[in-house]
Design a binder for this molecule. Structure first.
Ligand SMILES: *Cc1c(COP(=O)(O)O)cnc(C)c1O
Length: 416
């Protein structure tokens, strides 16, 4: 049986433990929701003050050049690139994940049509269990193009390979599933998509900053993802889009705003594509929010994704083992794969009263969240989650379950 003393020992031997002090975490709180909204790096507050006081307050319009505001979507993209196996000048931090998916998917379909003018590929493959906005955006794009496209929704990760055949134009998959934490084999699926002549776009929302990613090694075509989850960029911080050099000359997306223009300040009356990563931009960005992404990324520079992954698996293994040892007589069902190669950095557990139980945990300072149906989600963020946090979270869960300290009549909040 695992003891609390053992967990404390694990913290003492943890070489990432010192990074926790770089985050603002409220007292008496075990924060297991960094997969939904990352914690605030202390540096973000200082950076926000600097931007508001100095760059905006004092330097005003000069900051577009002087402080590098204009180039910031690309300079922060370069800071993010190493975390996903991208090269310099291949990543833009801009817009939302939903908008970037629209741009990326539209660009991919366009590339397919220009490369194979005669081919009648009209199928877009994704998973039915994908995050809903991904499916909605693809549905919207399909209706908008009105050109015979159809969505093929796969019902189980093991059926993805057979769903990708020579009718497929584009595959859009989320690397780590938001609800179950199931991680797909990016390299194997990308290779299969290419064999069938399809392009593949990866959504990295639940994997950027959570697991090691090598987009170039996997030979992916495009990728998108958000910065407010594991990357700790702040609520609603701009997302990213990756366009590898091999596709930049062909990449053209429908939101051809002036920031995607070859020379925006020549103010020409007609659009000329930049032909590089700027083609993924649209218009003026929320500079304050965009800038703070940098504070989140700065913490990652002090360690490596390999070390983060090792600790992440140790945390999720510990959580699963403690739940199985200590809460065995309750109707809990593990939704996350035990197989390390198939697990992101979260553990999802179903309980018939999942919503009521998660609310009882939140009241007691253990912050997880809830996703339909019945699933309690717990995110583990090695930069600031300790092994003792895991012990305490399970101790509180056990108390809530053993003593039925949850209210099954609760009305659900707008955000669960
Ligand atoms: C969080 C998440 C999103 C969020 O999209 P927004 O445009 O930022 O609201 C999209 N896709 C996936 C897979 C996600 O996990």
């Amino acid at each position: 049986m695992i003891t609390e003393a053992h967990c404390i020992q694990l913290d003492q031997n943890d070489e990432l433990a010192h990074l926790r002090q770089q985050f603002a975490l409220p007292p008496q709180t075990i924060y297991l929701d960094g997969n939904s909204l990352g914690a605030q790096p202390h540096a973000a507050l200082e950076q926000a003050q600097h931007i508001i006081r100095q760059e905006w307050g004092t330097d005003l319009i000069k900051s577009w050049n002087q402080a590098g505001w204009f180039n910031r979507p690309l300079s922060i993209g370069n800071e993010l690139a190493p975390l996903i196996g991208a090269h310099p000048n291949e990543v833009a931090v801009t817009d939302s994940t939903s908008v970037n998916l629209f741009k990326g998917a539209a660009a991919a379909l366009h590339m397919q049509r220009s490369q194979n003018a005669t081919a009648q590929r009209r199928v877009i493959v994704t998973e039915r269990s994908n995050f809903p906005t991904d499916i909605y955006i693809l549905e919207g794009l399909k209706h908008f193009l009105n050109d015979g496209y159809e969505l093929r929704l796969v019902d189980h990760p093991e059926h993805i390979h057979q769903a990708i055949d020579t009718d497929v134009a584009l595959v859009v998959l989320t690397h780590v599933n938001y609800r179950t934490g199931y991680m797909l084999d990016m390299a194997a699926i990308s290779a299969h998509a290419h064999q069938q002549g399809a392009l593949i776009l990866w959504d990295l929302c639940h994997s950027a900053g959570a697991v090691p990613i090598d987009l170039h090694a996997a030979q992916a075509d495009l990728a998108i993802g958000c910065t407010y989850k594991y990357l700790n960029g702040g609520p609603g911080s701009p997302a990213f889009i990756w366009v590898p050099e091999k596709h930049q000359a062909q990449f053209t997306q429908p939101l051809t705003g002036w920031w995607a223009h070859q020379s925006p300040f020549e103010m020409q009356p007609s659009f000329q594509d930049s032909g590089d990563i700027r083609a993924a931009l649209c218009g003026t960005q929320p500079i304050i929010s965009l800038s703070l992404v940098s504070s989140g990324l700065a913490v990652f520079k002090q360690t490596s994704m390999a070390k983060i992954r090792t600790k992440s698996l140790a945390l999720t293994d510990l959580f699963i083992q403690l739940i199985e040892e200590r809460c065995a007589d309750h109707p809990l069902h593990l939704e996350t794969p035990r197989e390390h190669a198939q697990r992101g950095s979260q553990v999802s557990i179903a309980h018939p009263h999942g919503y009521a139980v998660i609310q009882a945990l939140i009241e007691r300072g253990v912050i997880g969240d809830y996703r339909e149906p019945h699933i309690m989600r717990f995110g583990f963020t090695p930069l600031y989650t300790s092994f003792q946090d895991v012990w305490q979270a399970v101790a509180i869960l056990k108390d809530v379950l053993d003593n039925q300290k949850y209210d099954t009549n609760l009305e659900k909040n707008a955000v669960t």
